[in-house]
Design a protein around this ligand. Structure first.
Ligand code: M6R
Length: 603
């Protein structure tokens, strides 16, 4: 949500515009840039909509050796030019971009900024006006005024501030919103996400909550708001910049769906040793082995992956496992068993709702593991342990390969833990083989994607609503299939436990309502067939996606054979492809669905 890029010491305009373009996946509805040429000229340009609109507004002479840019995902105030960042104070001395939410902005405005003329409805403008007021009233330099203001501000933020009386500095502050510092030769860059500026540097400093910094072209100092110096060491990020490029694909979503077989292979290589033994940090296994209950917390797609993980963890380890929505648990903490262990599933590692739960977990000294795609992300740093998804950068807002990677890594964990607990089911489980089967099966499915396009065109693109139904693990996948379809195609879709439809929702089934039925659960396959008949009788267009062992003549997609506990890895692929084609064939922006952000850093 919101993207920020700042540059000091190098022609800044293109670096910022490219960086913001690389951050587009985070979701935004307006964009802006401030440039200072260090020769007395400064330029502020903002536009509603895409970065291309901003580029069109910029004239060739608007350049700078220092600059800050922003893509805004509206929280306070509509997406308008005035509400777009950077914001400035009434004397036009300070320019500020912000990712996050200022919780006490109304109070600050009321208490300190009476009589000040505002030009926007944003919480951010309150902060820049406050900095300016403090600087004037206390006769402070920009950095000191910034720190004084931060002492009053409550909320989440990644701030970049330029004071045009000392424009060769960018001042920064971070709390709960992601921000990295990239180090270059004679220049420095600040960005929400390293992948946005990988073409400029691979050396990064991870900033932490409470950090305030003064960045110039060849120096950086990080301190606390009280001026206590803190040391933040740089590290080199080993990411191939091409991994984040679209290559020949029209949309990232399809590229990422197609990458799933290789992600399965990567997970297998990472988590199995040369003797084919599963390989997980023994400290993690030791810590979870002591737990009498596992609590998985996550949001959206990651929550759906958690529902699949629960079935594997319970089956292979015997440890009761609960799965919850992080947004619900943050302020209504679940009742705890005696020895709980928390697992956070998060592609980005930055989801604010999950962070709230982790904070409480840490306060209660409960051990925790974050399973994430982003090394060094906030949830990774704040949990006791981390396991990486190894999925490579996921850019499309709709999560695909991170979902299947989350399932595979939970399988690895279930296997390692079950073996440590001496569970026969885990010892006998050839997970490495199953991961290979999953990779092969995924490949077959993505190779026959054209058949899914036909189904999407025939049954989905003209529909206003649709249903996914399934039982057991298929129910968890039904929830994910429905989320995928609705988020990218805007077809209202619900995921249902197949038998639940008749308890109320079947009243919505009418002629030609698409119902996508998932059939992999040995215990309930025949019953689900019965549920299919119930909707067929009411006129539904049913699309069946069935495992090989349960397939019947006329099924639309027959999935290669796989261990039931791993079946979600295959069942979800046709669901992802149906969503992709429904969106693309409706002419929508598949990778950037309206109103959505990739990394949801507000609660
Ligand atoms: O980064 P996270 O996995 O924590 O994000 C949680 C959700 O916002 C995310 O899974 C979202 O539901 C998907 N992008 C939807 O496809």
């Amino acid at each position: 949500m919101c993207g920020i890029v700042g540059v000091v010491g190098k022609p800044a305009r293109d670096i910022i515009l490219n960086g913001l373009t690389n951050l587009e996946y985070r979701g935004y509805d307006s964009a802006g840039i401030y440039l200072n040429d260090l020769n007395g000229n400064e330029y502020l340009t903002k536009a509603v909509g895409r970065i291309s609109n901003l580029k069109e507004k910029l004239t060739p002479d608007e350049q700078g050796l220092v600059g800050i840019g922003h893509t805004r995902w509206a929280t306070h105030g509509k997406p308008t030019v005035d509400n777009a960042h950077p914001h400035f104070d009434e004397t036009k001395r300070f320019y500020l971009v912000h990712n996050g939410v200022i919780e006490n902005y109304a109070e600050l405005k009321e208490k300190y900024l009476q009589g000040v003329k505002f030009h926007s409805n944003t919480d951010t403008e309150v902060v820049v006006q406050l900095i300016s007021k403090i600087a004037r009233e206390k006769n402070l330099d920009g950095f000191s005024a910034f720190k004084e203001a931060l002492k009053l501000v409550k909320g989440s933020y990644a701030f970049l501030l330029v004071d045009d009386t000392e424009p060769e500095h960018v001042f920064i502050a971070k709390n709960k919103s992601p921000m990295m510092l990239g180090l270059g030769d004679g220049f420095n860059i600040i960005a929400s996400d390293a992948i946005s500026v990988l073409d400029q540097t691979k050396t990064f400093v991870d900033l932490q909550d409470g950090d305030v910094g003064d960045i110039t072209k060849d120096s950086y100092t990080i301190e606390t708001v009280d001026g206590k110096k803190v040391e933040r060491k740089p590290h080199v990020l080993d990411i191939d910049p091409n991994a984040a490029s679209k290559g020949t694909y029209e949309f990232y979503m399809l590229k990422e769906i197609d990458e799933q077989p290789s992600v399965m292979r990567k997970i297998s290589q990472t988590y199995f040793d040369e003797n084919d033994d599963v390989k997980v940090d023994p400290k993690i296994i030791d810590s979870i082995s002591k737990a009498d209950r596992i609590y998985i917390y996550a949001a959206g797609t990651s929550y759906h992956a958690g529902l699949v993980g629960k079935t594997m963890l319970e089956h292979y380890t015997g440890i009761p496992t609960e799965v919850g929505l992080a947004s619900e648990a943050g302020y209504h903490f679940p009742m705890m068993s005696k020895n709980p262990f928390f697992i956070f599933l998060t592609q980005s590692g930055e989801t604010a709702d999950s962070r709230v739960v982790l904070k409480e977990v840490n306060k209660r000294n409960i051990p925790s593991l974050t399973i994430t795609n982003v090394e060094g992300s906030t949830l990774s740093r704040e949990a006791d342990y981390t396991m990486l998804l190894e999925a490579g950068p996921e850019i499309a807002v709709a999560s695909t390969k991170a979902y299947t990677a989350q399932i595979a890594v939970q399988a690895v964990l279930a296997k390692a833990l079950g073996e440590a607990l001496n569970k026969a089911e885990a010892k006998d489980w050839n997970l490495k083989h199953d991961l290979a089967i999953a990779a092969e099966g995924m490949q077959q499915l993505v190779d026959s994607k054209e058949s899914l396009k036909e189904i999407a065109d025939k049954y989905l693109i003209k529909s206003r609503n649709a249903f996914y139904i399934g039982r057991g693990i298929d129910y968890a996948v039904a929830l994910e299939g429905a989320l995928k379809l609705k988020e990218v195609s805007y077809i209202q879709t619900e995921g249902f436990a197949a038998a639940e439809l008749k308890h109320g929702t079947i009243s919505l089934i009418e002629k030609d309502t698409p119902v996508i039925a998932l059939i992999n659960d040995p215990a309930t396959a025949d019953l689900t067939r019965g549920n299919i008949q119930e909707v067929v009788s009411r006129g539904a267009n049913v699309v069946t996606i069935a495992g090989k062992d349960f397939a019947r003549e006329g099924d639309n997609v027959v999935l290669p054979e796989i261990n039931y506990y791993m079946s979600a890895l295959l069942t979800v692929v046709p669901a992802q492809l149906l969503a992709y084609y429904a969106s693309k064939d409706k002419g929508l922006d598949v990778d950037k669905p309206r109103n959505l952000a990739k990394s949801v850093t507000v609660e």
